[in-house]
Write a protein of this length. Structure first.
Length: 146
């Protein structure tokens, strides 16, 4: 399967929102997502990567580059909302997208990539492990502020 990866633009937001709403059972507003994309457009550390097939968005990953003052952490990135449209899964598209994410991470001087994924995404976790991600003994804590 021939797939093209590129950074997303504001025009891609409706397709990204549809895909993520479908994959993660979310209810993200296109209007709100466009506003955030516009507000963060100049932040080089906020990257929305999309995979296109026949000009249709079928894959997505959010890459956040995090520079730190800490020696061991240095510069790293977090990947989240990594997804492939259901009917295109099992075609190595996620692996190809992770390769693109790693390329971007390396270009930005990252020493590591971290990936945030919900516990219920077992098939995705197997893909991440095959790619070389390791589960660390850590917990991801959240405190809702709204």
């Amino acid at each position: 399967m021939e797939i093209e990866f590129r950074r997303a633009t504001v025009n891609d937001v409706p397709a990204i929102v549809d895909l993520c709403n479908e994959c993660f059972d979310e209810n993200t507003s296109v209007h709100d997502a466009k506003k955030i994309m516009i507000d963060t457009k100049k932040d080089k550390n906020q990257i929305y990567l999309i995979g296109l097939m026949n000009k249709q968005v079928i894959a997505h990953a959010k890459i956040t580059i995090i520079p730190t003052i800490y020696g061991k952490m240095n510069i790293y990135c977090i990947l989240n909302h990594v997804c492939v449209k259901e009917e295109y899964r099992r075609n190595n598209i996620a692996t190809k997208m992770l390769i693109e994410c790693e390329k971007i991470a390396r270009e930005n001087g990252c020493v590591s990539m971290k990936l945030w994924s919900s516990n219920f995404r077992h098939a995705a976790h197997e893909c991440y492990k095959r790619y070389g991600f390791k589960i660390h003994d850590a917990a991801f804590f959240t405190k809702e502020l709204r």
